[in-house]
Design a protein around this ligand. Sequence first.
Ligand code: JD8
Length: 256
Amino acid sequence: MPTFDVVTIFPAMVEAPLGAGILGRAIDRGVLDVRVRDLRDFTSDRHRVVDDVPYGGGPGMVLKPDPIFRALDAIEADRGMPLTVVMTTPQGRRFTQSEARALSARPHVVLLCGRYEGFDDRVRSRVTDELSIGDYVLTGGELPALVILDAVARLVPGVVGDEQSVAEDSFSRGLLDFPQFTRPAEVGGDGRQGGEILSVPDVLVSGNHAEIRRWRKREALRRTLERRPELLESATLDSEELELLRELREAAKPRS
Ligand code: JD8
């Protein structure tokens, strides 16, 4: 079960989201250990400078290597464990649920958050994993670090109250989620929905749990087939799901 350190020049940007929700509660309860470290605390000059101009010229600033090395030395000394050092960059491997699972098995994870034009490339000598959360451009590594932390921490036993829900998770199973409903059983019909009454599917109100399980399986498969068919190639399906998938594909076939 990993403990986490996040190294950033914007600690408040990382601390605020960690004060709310499931992760916030897990930290309060002591089942999740996250320390946010201000990179400026590891500078050695009076002005706490973390960046400098790029060698070779060009726009923007680059994060100096020394404060990062000193931060990593301090974390290593504090934690006394081998560090997994994750650097979030647009050039990294794509972060996926299987990357999250792999990180959740490490004893300690450090997340390095870059800014500006990124890190001096020599920092990579201390980095074990370079990850990207997706193909879009962000202004820094704090949001990616929070995304990775959220996905990894919820796999840590005890963080999410209900272990069952983690195990049955859509991406753990390789399928999209089935649709959810709550009360009331009918909404609209009074003009607020343009006169249309929107009802909860009868089967969910029926109390027939075998039928409900089967309906949910079918809807999860239907959504996956429609929206993310490539996921079905690596999904692990039981015999009932394979049969439902055959039926859905049969029903979707164009007939002449
Ligand atoms: C870290 C600085 C800003 C913007 C140079 C490097 C991840 N999926 C992702 N998109 N963007 C990032 C990311 C962006 C970052 C840094 C992560 C540190 N930037 C960019 C333009 C030019 N840099 C990311 N993971």
